[in-house]
Write a protein that binds this ligand. Sequence first.
Ligand code: CDP
Length: 234
Amino acid sequence: MGKIVIAIDGYSGCGKSSTAKAVAKDLGFTYIDSGAMYRAATLHFLNHYLSPANPHDVEKGLKSMEISFHFNPETHRQETYLNGLNVEDEIRTMRVSEHVSEIATIKEIRKELVAQQQRLGKKKGVVMDGRDIGSVVFPDAELKVFMTADLETRAERRQQELFEKGELVELEAIKTNLAERDRIDSSRAESPLKKVPDAMEIDTSNLTFEAQVAMIVQLANEVIQKEKDYAGNH
Ligand code: CDP
């Protein structure tokens, strides 16, 4: 009781991950970053010179890739591992951002990662963010949110994030990358990014971080309360 699935989808760089993480912390839920899995797969393909356009390479890549999350007690965050190595920082670099959406168009890769995401969310009490969480991974999620923000705001936020991690990137290059990923993610044949009818849309362009977190936590608490009331009456 009190455990639901919260699916947060939206465009690149609109603050889904940091928001989802804070929502999970507030509710005592587990946060799962599905984008990190596509990013780790991309790193694997890049490191091994595997082409997503070559079916043999895709098969080879999937067979030799193991992605997992482990809690780091020092940073207090879930970190991404690829074949036993911590790749949390490396997967956020522009090198990976420039190739991830192409990797994410591949049906076989999506099938594998979606299955893993569904296993991770089976026990509920999770907040997962991505592009197809409310539509494909958890179509029955009790709360679905679709986050947006204008491109300028998203690019500025992402530039600051990269700067804090020691990567200095021009705003124009970030804007181009975000817009290009939005284009590929929204137009691909396999589970394209789109707002599902039962998702709540939240435009964060003019919201503070605290306000957007509070809004989702409140929506989640309303859903949890409704479930409790329903269970009490049946
Ligand atoms: O944090 P940011 O908005 O830059 O992106 P991300 O959530 O780390 O996702 C990186 C890329 O992975 C996206 O641009 C998509 O191409 C892909 N992705 C996806 O296809 N499906 C998901 N559920 C999550 C990410």
